[in-house]
Design a protein around this ligand. Structure first.
Ligand SMILES: Cc1cc2nc3c(=O)[nH]c(=O)nc-3n(C[C@H](O)[C@H](O)[C@H](O)COP(=O)(O)OP(=O)(O)OC[C@H]3O[C@@H](n4cnc5c(N)ncnc54)[C@H](O)[C@@H]3O)c2cc1C
Length: 525
């Protein structure tokens, strides 16, 4: 089956939906999403969205906090416009129906998270992402120009390569003509031709075995662009959230938001001793990378599997009122957070790098944009400041939409694209070939390419990955495609990109820490 649209949007989280709503007045939009429409990382965001609201906060303070967290690699111009445009984007979210919590006087009830010098995180209880996702979905579903295809897996974007033309990484005029997607009804590969394509496929946390990311976060968009020879950068900067709930075998790991530490919860050892003073003067509210390495170190010293977050000294009613989801979740596994300490452990949480884009979300491939966690905009640098990612998504989807709207009328669909050729492919009946390879990949990435790295560990990971790569490519080239096989292939590409980027960085900076290069190099890259 073939379909022609003006705008193809891959992903139905905050980045994809915001873009789709904005461009829908200017042409036919198709959103493809590989699972249920609201099965996104966006739906899981707890803490909120960072934006300056009142004095004593200011744009300058938020800019400064973002740049400090980014450890020398932020693009200052990007930081500046993202933060100054936040006010308008928040107004828009509210206009569409998002309800942020307010105090009795009607002002926003702002939270504070690690690395923020002021209270500036707008939230809806502790389920801000769900509130935003529902609001955006309501808008998208009622727009007559937007079609949403659920459970439709995008395999690859279409470029000159599919016309049989030679494309290399230095080619400057690679163009995107749409994408090949798996039709869930026929199980065949459909062709969607588009004038403009937006990749909004989210992060890649599932390349590690403990992650807060939902199962959909398998780095598909980043891998697709890499395979299409587009620019991808900063993949070594994977943010591990210091505090996921220790509950082995639960996937995804349940996040205990930083806002709880902002509210007064304190990190402690099993015997109730504080330890953060050994690592940073900001104690439990130090930036995430510092807290994560501190926990990693304490766990290595003690041999324990987890540490604790203590809320017992906080007002019980206020605690439950602010964090109802966390309270209920912990209670469901027998932990009353007003009486018991919460067992916590770090988990892969956020992919800072990704598809390299300019100030308008444009990738190095013509007519292809990227927004949200799959992109690398220059906002986060070597480390993301908490709650800046939802903000980045709305700012860049807005900017991308303005350029895409201005361009779309001048672009012609390419009608020479061949259909997907599945001749000679057979259905792989043995799921074990995929599940075991995935386990091996996650295990090697967690053991060798996690919070603390070294040359030896990275080389080990690389050598083992090579075998998985060869076996999986072989399977991919012979098999009728399934989402699980494609995800495994994508995650192997992601593993490769993280390892290679980590090997090429001969310093410790932001989220990348190497035992062989423990210092920051004198000049930023
Ligand atoms: C537990 C948790 C808590 C968080 N809390 C916060 C917070 O408080 N504040 C904050 O700013 N950020 C937070 N984040 C990060 C933030 O939620 C994400 O960075 C952001 O929501 C990403 O949005 P997105 O639109 O880029 O991707 P997602 O919301 O992840 O959406 C990705 C979409 O792409 C689709 N997709 C992926 N691959 C394919 C494919 N091959 N074919 C078709 N569709 C595909 C998926 O199905 C999904 O619809 C949190 C993340 C997690 C996991």
């Amino acid at each position: 089956m073939r379909k022609n649209v003006d705008f193809l949007v891959i992903g139905s989280g905050i980045a994809g939906l915001t873009f789709a709503i904005k461009v829908a007045k200017h042409g036919k939009v198709c959103i493809v999403t590989k699972s249920a429409v609201d099965d996104t990382a966006t739906s899981w965001a707890q803490g909120g969205i960072a934006a300056v609201s009142y004095t004593p906060d200011s744009y300058e303070k938020h800019i400064n906090d973002t740049i400090i967290a980014g450890d020398g690699l932020c693009n200052e111009e990007v930081v500046r416009f993202t933060i100054t445009e936040s006010t308008e984007r928040i107004r828009e979210l509210i206009k569409w129906g998002t309800k942020f919590d307010r105090t009795k006087s009607g002002r926003f009830d702002l939270a504070k998270e690690g690395g923020h010098s002021e209270y500036r995180v707008l939230h809806h209880k502790d389920s801000t992402g769900r509130e935003i996702e529902n609001t955006l979905l309501e808008q998208a579903k009622k727009h007559p120009n937007i079609e949403i295809l659920e459970h439709t897996f995008t395999i690859d974007i279409i470029t000159q390569h599919h016309l049989g033309l030679e494309v290399n990484r230095r080619t400057e005029n690679i163009t995107c003509y749409g994408a090949y997607v798996l039709n869930p009804r026929t199980r065949l590969v459909d062709t969607i031709l588009s004038k403009i394509t937006l990749i909004a496929t989210g992060g890649a946390g599932n390349v590690y075995n403990n992650t807060t990311n939902p199962l959909i976060s398998t780095g598909d968009g980043i891998a697709m662009v890499y395979r299409a020879k587009g620019a991808v950068e900063n993949m070594e900067f994977i943010q591990f959230h210091p505090t996921s709930l220790y509950n082995p075998d639960e996937k995804p790991a349940f996040l205990i938001t930083e806002a709880l530490r902002g509210f007064g919860a304190v990190l402690k050892t099993r015997d109730g001793k504080e330890f953060m003073h050994k690592y940073d003067a900001r104690l439990s509210l130090a930036p995430r990378d510092i807290v994560t390495r501190a926990i990693d170190n304490e766990l290595k010293l003690s041999g324990e599997d987890y540490l604790f977050l203590d809320c017992r000294h906080l007002n019980k009613n206020e605690l439950i009122n602010h964090f109802p989801t966390i309270y209920a979740k912990c209670l469901s596994i027998g932990i009353d957070i007003s009486k018991d300490m919460i067992p916590v452990v770090p988990a892969a949480h956020y992919t800072c790098g990704g598809i390299k884009v300019n100030a308008f979300g444009r990738s190095s491939i013509q007519n292809l944009y990227a927004s949200g966690e799959c992109s690398s905009t220059g906002l986060h640098g070597a480390n993301r400041l908490a709650s800046n990612s939802l903000l980045e998504s709305v700012v860049f989807s807005h900017r991308a939409s303005t350029e895409a709207i201005a361009k779309v009328k001048k672009i012609k669909l390419c009608n020479d694209i061949p259909d997907w050729n599945a001749e000679g492919m057979v259905l792989n009946e043995e799921m074990i070939l995929i599940t075991q390879s995935l386990r091996e990949l996650q295990s090697l990435m967690s053991s060798y390419v996690g919070i603390v790295r070294s040359n030896l560990r990275l080389q080990r990971a690389f050598d083992r990955l090579e075998l998985l790569y060869r076996e999986t490519e072989d399977l991919y080239n012979k098999s009728l495609l399934t989402p699980r096989l494609c995800e495994l292939r994508n995650l192997i590409n992601i593993g490769y990109l993280i390892i290679r980027a980590a090997q090429n960085r001969h310093e410790s900076r932001g989220l990348h820490y190497s035992l062989d290069y423990p210092k920051v190099a004198p000049t930023a890259r």
